[in-house]
Write a protein that binds this ligand. Structure first.
Ligand code: ADP
Ligand code: MG
Length: 156
């Protein structure tokens, strides 16, 4: 079988610009979505979620903080344009501190994947079960200084 994917690429040269890229990416995140958010520490993954959450009317950028210790942050928002808005739940996870599939099981990620949910998982690539579930990924690459290359890949 051939697997095709849709790829969208963006450039950013500041945190503010990454938030705007988050607005662009949010347009492609019609639920259900379950995506890995991949990139080095400080690449700007959480910053991108600030933009996605803002675009979905789920939270202001200041209200989106790193789930490094809290593990899962949940926001309620809407997706779609004026005449056709649907409620969505945005889940932002950070699995950096999770060690092994057994500890991951205690989080109950399976329950998050609902028809109205958008799940974004930082450090999800550490876990085969998360990779298997994912419908694609957003990759953030440092390109020197504050420059970032951001790629959204959605599997068909
Ligand atoms: P991560 O979640 O990938 O560890 P964060 O979003 O928490 O990264 O932090 C990124 C840091 O880098 C922030 O302090 C942010 O201000 C800074 N930064 C500098 N340039 C950018 C950029 N182009 N995009 C995103 N963040 C940037
Ligand atoms: Mg982060």
């Amino acid at each position: 079988t051939t697997e095709t994917a849709k790829v969208h690429e963006y450039q950013s040269s500041s945190a503010a610009e990454t938030i705007r890229v988050g607005h662009q990416i949010a347009k492609f995140l019609n639920p259900p979505k379950f995506l890995i958010l991949r990139g080095d520490l400080g690449a700007g993954k959480t910053t991108l979620v600030k933009g996605i959450a803002e675009a979905l009317d789920a939270a202001a950028p200041d209200e989106v903080t790193s789930p490094t210790f809290t593990l899962i942050h949940e926001y309620e928002g809407t997706q779609g344009s004026d005449g056709h808005k649907i409620p969505v739940k945005l889940y932002h996870l950070d699995l950096y501190r999770i060690e092994g599939e057994r500890q991951l099981d205690t989080l109950g990620i399976d329950e998050l994947a609902a028809p109205d949910s958008i799940v974004l998982v930082e450090w999800g690539e550490k876990f085969p079960s998360v990779v298997k579930r994912s419908q694609g990924e957003i990759v953030m690459l440092s390109a020197g200084g504050d420059a970032r290359k951001i790629t959204l890949t959605l599997k068909d």
